[in-house]
Design a protein around this ligand. Structure first.
Ligand code: F0G
Length: 455
């Protein structure tokens, strides 16, 4: 059979509330054109994020009942730790309440003023945690990443030459090298195994820790299996294990490829670093056998980690995005290619050339998508990355709008509806106007900033 189906059936449903364009225009104005300020009830299809929004399986719900809520040494922790180590063979696994808590602990140990931490592209919370510790977060994406329509299979790769130049010139200022798989902030593209291994070798040649932000490790492994030469016959867990064997540490948000609604971890090999991390964990998260989570959350993650590496699931997961990208491209919509693992990215800079980067074309497009069809998306451009640590403002490298797919939540007809919505906005793109920021917070402004449409 050629048709790729959702490899599950639905046992429990949540109704969607319909709204009219006129209602949504009012809701949008009341939210100051920030989609984070809209009530979820007022959203028809919520593609704001794939984080914590997955539908858990019947087995995961059953696992919740097995949760052991003992303060110390719970059986849930043992199941969680074993499930992580089965895929990622680190010596120490330290649970946290989500990914950014693992980042905060890691960079409170590794980052300091004067230091620089390179990555293929830091996600916003990673960048902010590094900057909060006074260090510089340096993005070194490969050259192909800048061309939204280049068909390179691994546009998530790090620029190895750039990394080597940095290490050769300034190794003393680099405490570690990071790799984000998949590369969320630069279009959701995967990193190839070859690139990952080369970056790891470089880091280790200079005596630096090599750290993986593994949020979407299973999607990255699937894209290695299907796109990288010599990998097609390998099992997904095998590819996953190889990726992490070459790392000294990892940060993880189980809200992505953990199939969980909350959770994360920091894993390390170094005993001294792990000891220090656990001390900091107790201050901010909790005892090392629960780290800010309930025992039942640890069990949901343990079960999720078995399900996420299923090939039928991953095939369907990636195919949905490919389908949407193919349809949009055929309609002439500027969309980032090839499709990544967790999201479809629209190229707002190409779609709305009449809106200057600092009038936020991505935000304008996201607002229009909501008003037209009730679809909530997320700007990944100059709103998210335009404010520099020194207080200045500069356009981001790309102006993207991300349609992030919650895992196992929406169906094929939802995908068709989203395609129709994007095409409808694309047809009247010349009428869209930019925005200005009327208020913004000190950091991570995209979450709470208030906007006004430009005249
Ligand atoms: N790293 C990456 C690559 C991420 O995408 C995220 C979260 C984090 C770290 C932080 O994890 O949310 O559990 O604290 N990304 C979400 C998103 C929020 O919408 O892309 P967290």
């Amino acid at each position: 059979m050629k048709t790729i189906i959702e490899p599950f059936r639905i046992k429990s449903v949540e109704p969607l509330r319909m709204t009219t364009p006129a209602e949504r225009a009012e809701i949008l104005a009341r939210a100051h054109y920030n989609l984070f300020a809209i009530r979820a009830e007022d959203v028809l299809i919520d593609l704001l994020t794939d984080s914590g929004t997955a539908a858990m399986s019947a087995e995961q719900w059953a696992a919740l009942m097995r949760g052991d809520e003992s303060y110390a040494g719970s059986a849930s922790f043992e199941r969680f730790e074993a499930a992580v180590k089965r895929l990622m063979p680190f010596r120490h696994v330290i649970p946290t309440h989500q990914g950014r808590a693992a980042e905060a602990i890691l960079f409170s140990m590794l980052a300091a003023p004067g230091l620089v931490i390179p990555s293929n592209t830091h996600f916003d919370t990673t960048r902010s945690n590094i900057e909060a510790a006074g260090a510089e977060a340096l993005d070194l994406p490969c050259a192909e990443a800048a061309d939204a329509r280049a068909s390179h299979p691994f546009k998530g790769n790090i620029d190895l030459k750039g990394l080597e130049t940095l290490l050769r010139a300034d190794a003393g200022r680099v405490p570690c090298v990071m790799m984000t798989i998949t590369n969320n902030a630069a279009g959701g593209h995967p990193v190839s195994l070859a690139n990952l291994l080369a970056a790891s070798e470089l880091a280790r040649a200079y005596g630096k820790l090599f750290i993986i932000d593994g949020c979407r490790f299973a999607e990255n492994a699937w894209l290695i299996k299907t796109r990288e030469e010599g990998q097609a016959e390998r099992a997904i867990p095998d590819i996953v294990r190889e990726m992490f064997t070459h790392a000294d540490a990892m940060t993880m948000s189980a809200k992505k490829d953990g199939f969980a609604n909350i959770g994360g971890w920091l894993a390390l090999n170094d005993d001294d670093l792990a000891r220090e991390a656990r001390t900091r964990l107790i201050l901010t998260e909790g005892f090392p056998s629960y780290g800010g989570l309930a025992g039942r959350d640890l069990d949901a993650i343990a079960q999720g980690l078995f399900e996420i590496v299923d090939e039928d699931y991953l095939r369907y997961r990636v195919r949905v995005n490919e389908y949407i990208v193919e349809r949009l491209a055929a309609f002439g919509v500027p969309v980032v290619q090839p499709a990544g693992g967790h999201a479809v990215f629209l190229d707002a800079k190409a779609m709305l050339p009449h809106i200057a980067p600092l009038a936020f074309p991505g935000q304008a497009l996201a607002a229009a998508l909501y008003e037209t069809a009730g679809v909530r998306s997320c700007e990944i451009g100059s709103v998210m990355f335009g404010r520099r640590p020194d207080g200045g403002e500069a356009p981001a490298a790309m102006e993207l709008v991300r349609l992030a797919m919650p895992r196992r939540v929406y169906t094929q007809s939802h995908a068709d509806y989203v395609i129709e919505a994007v095409c409808a906005v694309h047809e009247r793109r010349k009428l869209l106007r930019g925005l200005r920021i009327a208020w913004e917070p000190r950091a991570l402004r995209h979450f709470t900033a208030k906007f006004e449409p430009l005249a």
